[in-house]
Ligand binder design. Structure first.
Ligand SMILES: Cc1cc2nc3c(=O)[nH]c(=O)nc-3n(C[C@H](O)[C@H](O)[C@H](O)COP(=O)(O)OP(=O)(O)OC[C@H]3O[C@@H](n4cnc5c(N)ncnc54)[C@H](O)[C@@H]3O)c2cc1C
Length: 393
């Protein structure tokens, strides 16, 4: 079993780390002060992503992306996760369901998105539909050959950076017909109700939108009628793996800062690292990161090796649950090791502490991940998670 990275994977990791240190880190204070990245700084950042070659890192070369393996994508995302305030979102990763678009849709949405000329956001959640997407009330009705979409969407991340929205609606209001639509942001009838502030600072916004009889031509339906939930599942899988990688990057940076501080901070005549209470926190952080990182890399490798779609879905939940809960524990300990300094806004650990809290909520809460994992174990046995590829049963 050779678990080491290849020279090209290691080089990609180094490049992503340099991108984080040289491009994202200098923007951290700006985003933390403003609560978002000011609009006049966005074009430069977009150009930097293009110049560094991180355009469409999650799509194939044929679709205009980088053609990275899943492991390579995770290596990049892990490094991006070191940056606080959601700066990782600077590197656009066009939602994976676009891969299933028609040739015309790919030409109009996916390829320009990979190039960074367009950007999409994803609108599923509503006031009455959170964990249970079947409760979506947004409806799409076909009249005179055109779709008319009406409803309300909440928490739409990166709305202020996007020019189209992937809207999850129910055709004829029927929960049995969940369907996705590509809706250009400038389409009449879309009302921006506001973008509330959240616990974290984030480079873009999280908008509340009303769709009031928004007219969309039939060629802007993504997939078929009733395929919305399946396509959204693919997005969840991808987003869950990305979140896991960001969490590992954030936790690693925080643990490094805490460990360095513990070495130099002297109280009661010695570095605080020499107190076992501190040393044990550092040890727990290191082991927690090791477990999550090992699992993420293994699962990425398995996906690249071609495991079936159901297993990918099952694994993504485990990786997201493990990594997001790990990040919560590690950030809490890192802050404790830093004492009052860890609680200061200027400290990256304070910002990362707030950042990782949402990772237990979005793209399926920890409880929903446990529900998925529990159902898999009930159906296929504990070996789905406790087993190892190639192991005899
Ligand atoms: C900052 C941010 C950005 C977001 N971005 C987007 C976005 O871009 N697009 C989008 O569509 N959505 C987005 N979301 C929404 C996010 O996906 C939802 O918040 C999430 O799915 C949970 O839904 P909810 O908030 O309605 O909580 P609820 O579903 O109401 O859950 C409340 C509590 O009940 C628990 N619960 C619910 N059902 C069960 C169950 N079956 N078993 C056990 N416990 C359960 C939950 O785990 C949670 O603890 C975003 C959210 C946030 C906070």
């Amino acid at each position: 079993m050779d678990l080491s990275l290849s020279p090209s994977e290691a080089a990609l990791q180094v490049k992503a780390r340099r991108f984080c240190d040289e491009v994202l880190a200098p923007l951290e204070d700006l985003v933390a002060d403003a609560g978002h990245l000011p609009h006049d700084r966005r074009a430069d950042l977009r150009r930097a992503v293009v110049d560094w070659g991180f355009t469409g890192i999650n799509h194939t070369r044929a679709d205009g992306g980088c053609g990275f393996t899943v492991l390579e994508q995770m290596l990049v995302n892990e490094q991006l996760g070191r940056a606080s305030s959601g700066l990782w979102a600077a590197v656009w990763q066009p939602p994976i369901p676009l891969r299933f678009g028609t040739p015309a849709q790919k030409e109009m949405y996916l390829r320009p998105s990979c190039r960074g000329e367009r950007r999409g956001c994803y609108a599923i959640t509503e006031p009455g539909a959170g964990s249970d997407a079947r409760l979506v009330r947004t409806s799409a009705v076909l009249r005179d050959g055109l779709w008319r979409i009406s409803g309300e969407k909440w928490f739409v991340t990166s709305y202020d950076a996007c020019d189209y929205i992937i809207v999850h609606a129910h055709v004829d209001g029927d929960p049995g017909k969940p369907t996705l639509f590509l809706v250009d942001r400038a389409t009449p009838g879309i009302r921006h109700m506001g973008s509330p502030r959240f616990m974290h600072d984030y480079i873009f916004d999280h908008a509340e939108l009303v769709f009031d009889d928004v007219v969309v031509p039939p060629e802007q339906m993504l997939g078929g009628i009733g395929q919305g939930l399946e396509l959204t599942k693919d997005w969840f899988v991808e987003a869950r793996l990305q979140i896991a990688a960001h969490c590992i990057g954030a936790a690693t940076r925080a643990a490094e800062i805490a460990a360095a501080h513990a070495k130099t901070r002297v109280q009661f005549g010695r570095p605080i690292r020499e107190f076992q209470a501190i040393e044990f926190m550092i040890a727990d952080m290191a082991v927690d990161i090791m477990a999550a990182k090992s699992t993420l890399y293994r699962v990425a490798w398995e996906i690249d090796a071609g495991i079936d779609r159901k297993s990918v879905h099952a694994r993504a939940s485990a990786v997201k649950l493990l990594s997001s809960e790990m990040a919560g524990r590690v950030l809490d300990k890192a802050l404790q090791v830093l004492g009052g300094r860890g609680y200061m806004r200027a400290n990256p650990v304070e910002r990362l502490y707030r950042d990782v809290r949402v990772d237990r909520i979005w793209e399926g809460t920890s409880e929903i991940q446990r529900t998925i994992i529990g159902a898999q174990v009930a159906k296929r046995g504990i070996g789905v998670y406790a087993g190892w590829p190639g192991e005899s049963p």
